[in-house]
Design a protein around this ligand. Structure first.
Ligand code: XMP
Ligand code: MG
Length: 179
């Protein structure tokens, strides 16, 4: 697999959209302290940019869920880290990198809703609505993308490409004839 020739979403476009999302969330949660829960590792770069643009009192926590091996869903979810801060009665925003089958988001929502927050909302940088298996939606979506594997700006393929400032698609390598 190799990176597409050009970025799918250039850095400047991502940054502009992150600004808009932070503005929208700041408006919707005005007057409340926000507990932002960033889902590791993929959402860390998005969350880092996003929280710095919030016009609210906010705390930052992390959750770690592992669901993917390579570019295919392993179908299995492990909660490896959960926030130290109690969730009950709080205004909670879950921040994810991408909504794909929806399994991760559904498991996260169920877990956090069971703790009875005052309000729970989901913010995802990317949404792939075409690949949804579990019916789950996000209140805040950065960009809707087609069913292509995307990397960069926190998103990885086997831990590579997370550090890239733009978002790219991964393309299969062309087969070269052997004779
Ligand atoms: P589900 O299928 O549970 O997937 O909605 C959510 C998690 O799967 C990873 N994922 C991707 N990671 N490029 C990536 O780098 C992709 O195109 C992609 N699709 C799914 C991601 O970690 C997400 O949290
Ligand atoms: Mg990943």
């Amino acid at each position: 697999m190799h990176l597409s020739e050009k970025p799918l979403i250039p850095e400047a476009v991502i940054q502009e959209r992150v600004n808009e999302l932070a503005k929208e969330v700041s408006h919707d949660f005005a007057g409340h302290d926000l507990l932002v829960v960033s889902v590791l590792k993929g959402a860390m770069i998005f969350a880092a940019d996003f929280v710095r643009r919030l016009d609210l009192k906010a705390k930052l926590e992390f959750a770690r869920v592992k669901s993917y091996v390579g570019t295919e869903s392993s179908g299995k979810l492990d909660f490896m880290h959960l926030p130290e801060e109690p969730i009950t009665g709080k205004y909670v925003l879950l921040v994810e990198d991408i909504l794909d089958t929806g399994r991760t988001a559904a498991a996260l929502r169920a877990h956090f809703e069971a703790e009875q927050p005052a309000r729970l909302a989901f913010c995802t940088l990317l949404d792939k609505p075409a690949t949804r298996v579990v019916p789950v939606t996000a209140e805040y979506v950065g960009f809707s993308v087609e069913d292509r594997f995307v990397v960069g700006y926190g998103l990885d393929c086997d831990e590579h490409y997370r550090h890239l400032p733009d978002i790219w698609t991964l393309e299969p390598d062309e087969e070269t004839p052997s004779n």
